[in-house]
Design a protein around this ligand. Structure first.
Ligand code: FAD
Length: 316
């Protein structure tokens, strides 16, 4: 069976859920081989084994963690030359997509970004993704070189498949040309106690209809263990930070459940959330365009509907 490389997304060995998703997808395509960059491989091992990594290639060259992006692309190129994988899977984070693009150039390979599904097909993986500001959903396949695919969070439900992967230390050489963006400061993620927006299984987003009061949005989100998102109108009004904006000029999300409250459903907002598995809207205008794409809609004032929903969820 061919090897499928998965770039591990982690913080000091704490493996993120997106990696479990990538390993689950990799098992559909071949034998998952995890590529772990930086310190903490031993801490990461149980999580990587839980989701079926057959081997972990550990890269500890300091240049990989002292500089952004380019060294990782060079390192993956060297790993790929050794492993000759059938595909390379990387999480669709900002850095992940940049690493993938540079790697594709180095390997002279085709690249598909932001896949929401990947399955095995004749002659290589077949991906599904939403393109052109969400106007089309397409299936695609890399036809040249090693398929490099970035996969959006929540594209797969992590399925355990216990293995005991061996760790192989792998030396890479990083050129001076790749040492351009030296990291001088790294800010820890804001500790909100909520899941990361792009990884969350449930997101509750608020728009202009909140009138600036995100209290009901946050309370409902917390009752569900959800992340909070916002429309651009809410962000531009200074009601919520830009880091939480969903849409064409914000984050692209694909949760199991997306609740849009007080959001009209402009095309630019849809572009960031319409691949969500289930969409629910709360809007007091029954003609609001968001109702065209919802699975469930509530016509009503979010300041009444959300507290009632929060109370109901909290009771259970
Ligand atoms: P509105 O369109 O004003 O809608 C507010 C909704 O709230 C209405 O439907 C109203 O009926 C409802 N409402 C009001 N009061 C209540 C209440 N009490 N209870 C329930 N419902 C209520 N937008 C994004 O979101 N993300 C982007 O990334 C983005 N990028 C853009 C990029 C470009 C280049 C451009 C031109 C625009 C972009 N926009 C983006 C803006 C987008 O076009 C819309 O203006 C924006 O999404 C509107 O936000 P909204 O739905 O919160 O506000």
């Amino acid at each position: 069976m061919s090897n499928v490389l998965v770039l591990v997304d982690h913080t000091a060995g704490k493996v993120r859920k997106t990696t479990a998703e990538l390993l689950t997808i990799a098992r559909r395509l071949g034998e998952p081989v995890a590529v772990f960059i930086g310190d903490g491989v031993q801490e990461a091992l149980p999580a990587l084994g839980q989701y079926g990594a057959t081997k972990v290639i550990a890269l500890t060259n300091a240049d990989l963690t002292q500089y952004l992006v380019a060294p990782k692309a060079e390192a993956l190129q060297q790993v790929a030359a050794k492993v000759e994988p059938a595909a390379i899977l990387i999480a669709s984070s900002t850095e992940g997509k940049e690493v993938a693009a540079r790697l594709a150039v180095k390997l002279d390979s085709g690249l598909i970004t932001d896949a929401v599904d990947v399955v095995a097909g004749d002659g290589g993986p077949v991906t599904t993704q939403s393109v052109f500001a969400g106007n089309y959903t397409v299936q695609a396949k890399v036809t040249h070189g090693t398929p490099i695919i970035t996969v959006k969070p929540n594209a797969a439900t992590p399925e355990a498949a216990e293995t005991s992967p061996e760790v192989e230390e792998f030396d890479v050489t990083i050129s001076d040309a790749a040492k351009t963006a030296r990291i001088t400061e790294s800010k820890p993620r804001e500790a909100t106690g909520r899941p990361e927006l792009t990884e969350a299984a449930i997101i509750v987003s608020g728009g202009r209809g909140t009138g600036g009061d995100f209290g009901p949005i946050e309370a409902f989100a917390d009752s569900l263990g959800a992340a909070v998102g916002a429309s651009r109108a809410a962000v531009d009004s200074g009601w919520y930070p830009h880091a939480y904006q969903v849409g064409q000029t914000g984050k692209t999300v694909s949760p199991q459940l997306y609740v849009a409250a007080g959001i009209s459903g402009a095309i630019q907002h849809r572009a960031g959330m319409q691949t969500s598995k289930t969409i629910v809207a709360v809007n007091k205008d029954e003609e609001a365009p968001i109702f065209e794409l919802v699975d469930f809609g509530v016509v009503g004032d979010l300041h009444k509907v959300l507290p009632a929903a929060t109370e109901e969820v909290t009771k259970r």
